[in-house]
Design a binder for this molecule. Structure first.
Ligand code: AMP
Ligand code: MG
Length: 430
């Protein structure tokens, strides 16, 4: 594929306050967003397989939904013009219309048709009286008191859900359960979606051991590959898990090249901090257009970003820090949105909630802090949040205990108990 890519230097030259050694989160997000492009490759999948995938074209309704005026209630379909009387109205029941079974005749004045919810409105009828409002119902006649319905009540109109040729779903939408139902209501069996983004990832560091290996003195198990696996799977990526790569130039170069040749994006953890006596940064820089940032954020200050190339292929690189919580925070606040954009998704920023801080929070102005929090409801029904114990960037347990991130913005200083803070919830309904 011959594509022209912007150089990072072009992207950052547009920014007035760009300083790679003290980069505010919003600027880092902006650089990433201007540098990357959607992958744009379409495949067709069966409707069920389209769940959580990204719609690749607009969907226009080929039919009216519903296809006919129909009843919203179980009751009797009648002519609204019969309702003008100011006494009880007794109508002759001339037939029935059930959902999926049409009444073929025409309904005249003084007549009605027994109808069930979803039954097609018979010719001549525009109103339904629910059966619980009627009296003296027999096989042949029914009485309705004055004023229980007016013309047009309890009738669903043709195309009121979706009219023919109306835009039903927009390209870039992440398809959720309601969208599958909507597509099904249109009779759409196959859905054009963006192909899954291929993401290769590996951990770097001589101290890392994989599950199943003996834990030698001074070593730790590699956890980042598992949090990354979880976060990337939730985003719907195709994963290439490349394991742990030792701090060895030849092994690192081979891993980066292999990842680059087989994936759209490469995510690594470890080896990008200042003073790290390892080869990771060196090889990243060697293979492409990569910048090393110190981002004004906590946790997660160091990060590498750019594009690496190997044998005519290229991939976007995110070199995340090594500390386990820093990996998750940089992923959620810098990588996630970028991957969604590469996938062709048209995803709005996640909404922040406001909650009352249960106790004071120390915060330095001039960097964005993402603290692990537990959101709950106080006795009066208001949202309140407390910070999970230690915020050390190696303490993954507190990330697991948290149900939200407290987002303390760049300019913000110390928070007093009772102040409102922004919170991003982990769980969503869909
Ligand atoms: P580094 O940025 O490579 O110096 O790593 C920073 C810290 O994160 C060190 O304490 C590493 O041991 C730890 N670390 C790096 N990679 C991982 C990993 N994959 N799993 C768990 N901890 C890690
Ligand atoms: Mg390391």
């Amino acid at each position: 594929m011959t594509e022209t890519h912007r150089a990072l230097s072009d992207v950052v030259s547009c920014l007035s306050d760009y300083d790679p050694d003290a980069l505010p989160v919003v600027l880092a997000q902006q650089v990433i967003r201007s540098f990357i492009q959607p992958v744009n490759a379409i495949e067709k999948v069966a409707i069920r397989a389209a769940l959580d995938r990204i719609l690749a074209t607009d969907i226009v309704s080929p039919i009216n939904v519903p296809a006919h005026d129909n009843s919203a209630m179980d009751g009797y379909a009648l002519r609204g013009s019969d309702l003008i009387v100011d006494t009880d109205l007794t109508l002759r029941v001339i037939g029935s219309a059930y959902a999926g079974r049409i009444y073929e005749g025409v309904v005249g004045s003084g007549e009605c048709v027994r109808i069930m919810t979803g039954g097609v409105m018979p010719d001549g009828c525009d109103t339904v009286v629910p059966q619980e409002f009627t009296h003296n119902a027999t096989h042949d006649s029914v009485t309705l008191p004055v004023g229980v319905v007016k013309t047009g009540d309890n009738r669903r109109l043709t195309g009121e859900d979706l009219a023919v040729d109306q835009a039903a779903l927009q390209q870039g939408k992440i398809l959720r359960p309601a969208d599958l139902g909507l597509l099904a209501s249109l009779g759409v069996a196959e859905v054009p979606v963006q192909r899954r983004l291929r993401v290769a990832f590996f951990s770097t560091g001589d101290e890392l051991r994989s599950i199943g290996e003996p834990l030698d003195a001074g070593c730790i198990y590699d956890s980042n590959r598992y949090t990354l696996y979880g976060m990337l799977t939730r985003l719907g990526c195709d994963l290439i898990d490349m394991g742990v790569i030792k701090d060895d130039p030849a092994a690192l170069e081979a891993a980066f090249r292999n990842a680059c040749e087989n994936a759209d994006a490469v995510i690594t953890s470890g080896g990008v901090s200042v003073g790290a006596a390892d080869y990771t940064k060196q090889i990243m820089a060697q293979l492409g257009d990569v910048t090393f940032w110190k981002i004004g954020m906590r946790p997660g200050r160091p990060m590498a970003f750019g594009r690496i190339n190997s044998n005519g292929k290229s991939a976007i690189l995110f070199g995340l820090p090594g500390n386990p919580v820093a990996v998750m925070v940089t992923f959620y606040f810098l990588v996630r949105d970028a991957l969604l954009h590469m996938m062709g998704a048209n995803a709005a920023a996640l909404p922040l909630l406001r909650a009352r801080a249960q106790s004071a929070i120390r915060k330095k102005a001039g960097r964005t802090e993402y603290q692990r929090g537990i959101l709950s409801t106080d006795a009066s029904g208001q949202q309140q949040v407390r910070i999970t114990g230690s915020q050390g960037s190696g303490i993954l347990r507190s990330m697991s205990e948290a149900n939200c991130m407290v987002v303390l913005h760049h300019e913000q200083g110390n928070v007093a108990a009772g102040d409102a803070v922004d919170v991003l919830l982990f769980e969503g309904l869909l």
